[in-house]
Design a protein around this ligand. Sequence first.
Ligand code: ADP
Length: 247
Amino acid sequence: GDGDTPLLEVRGVSKRFGGLTAVDGADLVVRPGTITALIGPNGSGKTTLFNLITGGMSADSGEIWFDGRRIDAMRPWSRGHLGLGRTYQVTRLFKEMTVQQNVVAPLPDSRWRTMFSDAVHGHEADRARDLLDIVGLGRMADQPAGALSYGQQKLVELAQVMMLQPRLILLDEPAGGVNPSLLGRLTEVIRELNRGGVTFLIVEHNIPLVLELCDPVVVFSRGAPIAEGPPALIQQDPIVLDAYLGD
Ligand code: ADP
């Protein structure tokens, strides 16, 4: 395909909560093959924009396009079906279920099956094991998810979202609360999945990690992007520094 065709395009999207405009006519493009970062001060609207893209909330105005289709009126499930995956700031695993059962849980019909049997079998089980190996947790597959550290649970969620074979994954603060010893593995896993063809859009407050992992970096302030570029340029942009220091 044409490398310049956006995989995701947000056009003039706004979202108000009462008198507060959380997202204000935002335009954003995510090109295929990139690890795009979305950074900005607390309250600048990043999480709200994520929710508008994945369908947890609907926009007041504007359009959202994914892979050549307009998606802003679609249900979240339909957007997932098209290849749009996400993780959340706080992990949402079923703590009593095994790690492997959690990884297959998002598949259609799998919830009921895994609730009533301890083992997961067949092709889905193999794929779940492969994904757990990729995130370095293959040996934890049969442990209850609640027995893992918080950072390990975040890696399980990455395997879980990969189960649906997404083309774009939105990660909401993947490094938040993750033990420093696991951060290296987390970035390596994201890089490896990216080499395998998965595009990422990442909201993250750990700026050194963003500068090391992401290109381009999009800077959000007061509900819309104010700057975009490669990390080397973004970290010395006076507009960016002002947006952070000004709040
Ligand atoms: P960020 O992710 O950049 O920290 P958010 O998108 O969480 O920013 O929040 C943007 C603004 O919208 C904030 O002022 C926040 O308080 C407000 N906001 C977010 N979600 C809601 C909601 N469900 N109801 C009311 N206000 C909200």
